[in-house]
Design a protein around this ligand. Structure first.
Ligand code: GBH
Length: 457
């Protein structure tokens, strides 16, 4: 037993987190440029203006991927770099075209995500994801990118973690565009679902039939009281899983959120569009979430992402409490618990048996330092080793798992936490951009050369 033949071992990044060159070669602002340049939104006032300077160092980074022995690289495309103000930008397309060619030259399979949170600012100015038209604009963008890169990109991903876009962006306000209206967040979730379905359809029309189509969700692995788990699961997981996998919106979700919206933004025919057939479902996993029904008296626990007093991303879950779990924790304060990954993959396999799965992100932030040219990140090695083992147990349990991607190739702009939190296999010095392989990079290189269950072991 073990990981199957052809299993993709990779690493992941995202455009705004690594590229920099925010105003170069015709790129125009996205909501993350606007948000990060607004004082008080991002820790230490950090922005993605320079980031890891990958826009200029892409060749060196692909060389590093080759030395790591990656079978695949998951990256995202900046919408406002290729279609600034809606107009095609040759220099923007050229950047991704060169990157994809370089990957293929090194035998690395490109996994391209169309949307990792960087909505062009002009679309937010027109209303953003709560507006239906944003979904149509996304499909148009998908088709244009498909026409340029379709002959070379082997796996397409429409959206990364639409839960974050909708609920951290429009309900909790801790991510761009920083709005806090629960009804808008639910409309955003629907239009992200619609955007996904329209984009899969548009891509299939222009790219070769051999290409695989996917979406990546940050599924919350929930534990706790059955009622609390059901409610959080509806608005965090099944709100995307069910319509995308052909079941429409769950009845309990509509009931739990009835006081917030009447879901009048859903039109006839949307369910069929959203259910566009998928070849693989991407799963991002970091840690489990513990919930219980709140007794209404004791102070609520303070979990990251929905601090007391701040708006909650869990719309319709007002009576629930998010409970701090026992450690150890990463530098994000997230508990380390690999069993959650195994259970999550097994649950998806049980409840949605038809779609193959891929772990598109898994990793940990720690306070890494370069000392004498070396970064001793044993805790990251332990995290990766234990989570890869958990994924292996899920495979042994019957899960059709196609790949595993470490988050992240490089230290990068960690959203609201700026450069303060380091997730990379490769250390980045700011602002020089100098790269240093952490011990975990050397470990990952060796681990994926002879993964558990491989014949070469
Ligand atoms: C991913 O987001 C992103 O895709 C990636 O860009 C990012 O750098 C990486 O992970 C590390 O953060 O709101 O209480 O449920 C993960 C985002 C993190 C969102 C865990 C939900 C749980 C806190 N998720 N978070 S809560």
């Amino acid at each position: 037993m073990g990981f199957p033949e052809g299993f993709l071992w990779g690493a992941a990044t995202a455009s705004y987190q690594i590229e920099g060159a925010a105003d170069e070669d015709g790129r125009t602002p996205s909501i993350w440029d606007t948000f990060s340049r607004t004082p008080g939104k991002v820790l230490n006032g950090d922005t993605g203006d320079v980031a890891t300077d990958h826009y200029h160092r892409w060749k060196e980074d692909v060389a590093s991927m080759a030395r790591l022995g990656l079978g695949a690289y998951r990256f995202s495309i900046s919408w406002s770099r290729v279609l600034p103000e809606g107009k095609p930008n040759q220099k923007g397309f050229d950047f991704y075209s060169r990157l994809v060619d370089e990957l293929l030259d090194h035998g690395i399979s490109p996994v391209a995500t169309l949307y990792h949170w960087d909505l062009p600012q002009e679309l937010e100015d027109a209303g953003g994801w709560p507006e239906r038209d944003t979904a149509r604009r996304f499909a148009d963008y998908a088709e244009r990118v498909g026409r340029v890169l379709g002959d070379r990109v082997e796996t397409w991903t429409t959206l990364n973690e639409p839960w974050c876009s909708a609920f951290l962006g429009y309900a909790a306000g801790v991510h761009a565009p920083g709005r806090t209206d629960p009804a808008d967040a639910l409309a955003a979730a629907h239009h992200l679902n619609l955007a996904h379905g329209l984009a899969v359809r548009a891509l299939r029309g222009v790219v070769p039939p051999s290409a695989r189509h996917s979406v990546t969700l940050n599924l919350h692995h929930l534990r706790g009281d059955a009622e609390a788990v059901r409610r959080a699961d509806a608005v965090a997981n099944r709100i995307f899983l069910d319509p995308m996998l052909g079941r429409g919106y769950p009845a309990d979700l509509l009931a739990d959120t009835a006081a917030v919206t009447d879901w009048g933004f859903v039109r006839d025919g949307d369910a069929d569009v959203i259910a566009a057939p998928l070849d693989v479902l991407g799963v991002n996993y970091y840690s489990p979430t513990l919930v219980r029904v709140w007794d209404g008296t004791s102070p609520r626990e303070n979990d990251d992402g929905h601090k007391q007093g701040a708006a909650t991303p869990f719309v319709g879950c007002e009576g629930l409490e998010f409970v701090k779990q026992p450690g150890p924790y990463t530098a994000m304060g997230w508990p380390i618990d690999p069993s959650g990954l195994e259970e999550l993959l097994l649950r998806l396999h049980r409840e949605y048996p038809d779609v193959p799965l891929m772990v598109t992100e898994n990793g940990a932030a720690f306070d890494d330092e370069v000392v004498d040219g070396r970064v001793r990140d044993d805790r990251r090695i332990g995290y990766l080793r234990d989570h890869i083992a958990a994924a292996g147990r899920a495979v042994d349990g019957g899960v059709d798992l196609r790949g595993y991607f470490a988050w992240s190739l490089l230290d990068n702009f960690e959203w609201a936490y700026g450069y303060d939190r380091r997730f990379g296999l490769i250390h980045v010095d700011y602002p020089t951009g100098e790269r240093t392989w952490k011990d975990s990079a050397f470990w990952y290189r060796d681990a994926i050369r002879t993964p558990p269950g491989s014949d070469a072991r």
